[in-house]
Design a protein around this ligand. Structure first.
Ligand SMILES: Cc1cc2nc3c(=O)[nH]c(=O)nc-3n(C[C@H](O)[C@H](O)[C@H](O)COP(=O)(O)OP(=O)(O)OC[C@H]3O[C@@H](n4cnc5c(N)ncnc54)[C@H](O)[C@@H]3O)c2cc1C
Length: 466
């Protein structure tokens, strides 16, 4: 292990030990977030791990990258590509970090094969809440290794992760399969997840039309070569929508990195709401002119600074395979949010806090990212409706989002005894618990203009309270 890393971990561990000895809770700060809850860190209750941002080693024989937790996806991919490799799971937003991905249950279009990001990690170095530095693998401290995934940092701080890699290729061949109903979409997801694809996701543009997009890594070109990362390129969802409108099967080739981060510009499609709110025409020209501000890193900063997430229902929901249709029908009948993002995930039966820990052959992730609801009452009602329906259908939500469950409702869906025992065993009871961490407790001021302006000047931030 590199000396700088050892020194840094020792220093953080000693701060953690101080908190423990003083029986004080702390939050983990790493400089960015993809959470939609407004984060306000008290300086006196925060451990800063942002300097843990290096790729320590890439082992080409065992196909493993050893990385610090604050390495974002774009830096990780850039490093592994120098050896002709990529992680088996690469989250779609370049700014999502290794640590946040493990703790926040991140997944993406290769997750039907490999599961969520934590399921391609084979070892963690962690600082426990008492300041002790330990290693956890599937063999050693397996309860901690599996249990920490999805726990939102409530069992300790990850300081190193070993991430599994696979050979990269130059391109991804994408085929868009038109579907005409929710039933057909789920049927196609189920069928394609058993086939030999590298990537699968889907977008429903309405109840009766959408596309399931299957991909394979390749070094050859089929059809046109597409790009989605430059200002002049189309936003990916608009490109998919134009294919959807033709209702025919289309195959094309996308450069690998453009595929991996295809949803970055516009944050899938949530960036279009900024155009609506500020009454800016939503055209190819305005999107190109405003491109710098339409990448997810800036969009998330604007979200944190403006408080806008208190007016948009932004939720990712995990459904058992046979309940995904009912859930989409419910969204269609009650909220009419489109597009809906679909992503099939391999189930996880080892990590109880993970959203894909559901007893089903395949988990379907439905992304519901809706437009502005100005009334607070209507916003809360929409969130509660989703939570109630999700519980009824045996689904789970991703913890990055607003949560309004009562404590009882929450622990009816998760194993409290298992969690409490693990927290006791690893001395983590002084840390905030997962329910407290993800529940929205406070309403923040909404100031869209200030949020947008500060984000444009690169000055929007997670709030730090002295
Ligand atoms: C609109 C939208 C779309 C999304 N789409 C996708 C998607 O397509 N694919 C996908 O994978 N995900 C998606 N996400 C979710 C995203 O992956 C998760 O929110 C993820 O947790 C973000 O990671 P982060 O690096 O921003 O971490 P943060 O949000 O900062 O952190 C998440 C949690 O992890 C804890 N944590 C961070 N670092 C550490 C550490 N070193 N040790 C212990 N705990 C730590 C933090 O304290 C926090 O509780 C989406 C989210 C939104 C809002």
């Amino acid at each position: 292990m590199k000396n700088d890393h050892i020194t840094l971990v020792r220093s953080i561990a000693s701060q953690v030990k101080d908190y423990f000895e003083n029986k004080k809770p702390f939050h983990i700060f790493h400089g960015s977030t993809n959470s939609t809850r407004i984060l306000a860190f008290k300086r006196s209750e925060m451990i800063d791990v942002s300097a843990l941002n290096k790729v320590l080693a890439i082992d080409e024989k065992s196909l493993v990258a050893t990385v610090e937790p604050n390495v974002p996806m774009d830096a990780l991919v850039e490093a592994t590509l120098t050896k002709g490799l990529i992680p088996k799971v690469v989250m779609e937003f370049p700014g999502i970090t290794v640590g946040g991905g493990i703790q926040g249950g991140a997944g993406e279009s290769s997750s039907f094969r490999y599961g969520c990001f934590n399921q391609v990690c084979t070892r963690y170095e962690m600082i426990l809440a008492d300041g002790k530095v330990v290693e956890a693998t599937a063999k050693d401290k397996a309860d901690l290794f599996y249990g920490t995934a999805g726990s939102f940092g409530t069992l300790g701080i990850i300081t190193v992760a070993d991430v599994q890699l696979m050979p990269a290729k130059k391109y991804v061949h994408l085929t868009y399969l038109p579907v005409m109903s929710f039933q057909e979409a789920v049927k196609v997801l189920k069928r394609t997840a058993k086939q030999d694809y590298d990537y699968i996701d889907g977008i429903m543009f309405g109840a009766d039309h959408g596309v399931i997009i299957v991909g394979n890594l390749s070094d050859t070109v089929v059809g046109k070569v597409r790009r989605f990362t430059r200002a002049r390129d189309p936003w990916y969802y608009l490109h998919a929508e134009s294919i959807d409108s033709r209702a025919e099967q289309v195959t094309e080739t996308v450069l690998l990195v453009d595929y991996l981060f295809r949803y970055d510009r516009g944050g899938f499609w949530v960036g279009r709401y900024a155009f609506e709110i500020f009454k800016v025409p939503f055209t190819k020209l305005t999107r190109a002119l405003l491109d710098t501000f339409m990448h997810t890193r800036t969009l998330y900063q604007a979200l944190q600074e403006s408080g806008a997430s208190q007016q948009h229902v932004v939720q990712d929901l995990a459904l058992p395979l046979d309940k995904a249709v009912s859930f989409m029908e419910f969204i269609d009948a009650n909220l009419q949010v489109y597009p809906l993002w679909l992503c099939p995930l391999k189930t996880d039966n080892r990590s109880p806090l993970q959203s894909n820990n559901i007893n089903t052959p395949l988990v379907i992730n439905v992304g519901v990212w809706g437009n502005q609801i100005a009334s607070r009452e209507a916003f809360l009602k929409a969130n509660r409706l989703i939570e109630t329906k999700l519980t009824e259908l045996g689904g789970k939500k991703w913890f990055y989002a607003h949560s309004y469950y009562t404590r009882n409702e929450f622990w009816n869906s998760y194993d409290k005894q298992w969690y409490d025992n693990l927290r006791k065993k690893y001395n983590a009871t002084s840390l905030p618990d997962v329910y407290d961490k993800i529940s929205v407790k406070k309403e923040y001021e909404i100031n869209l203009k200030r949020g947008a302006t500060r984000a444009m000047w690169g000055r929007a931030k997670i709030r730090i309270i002295d």
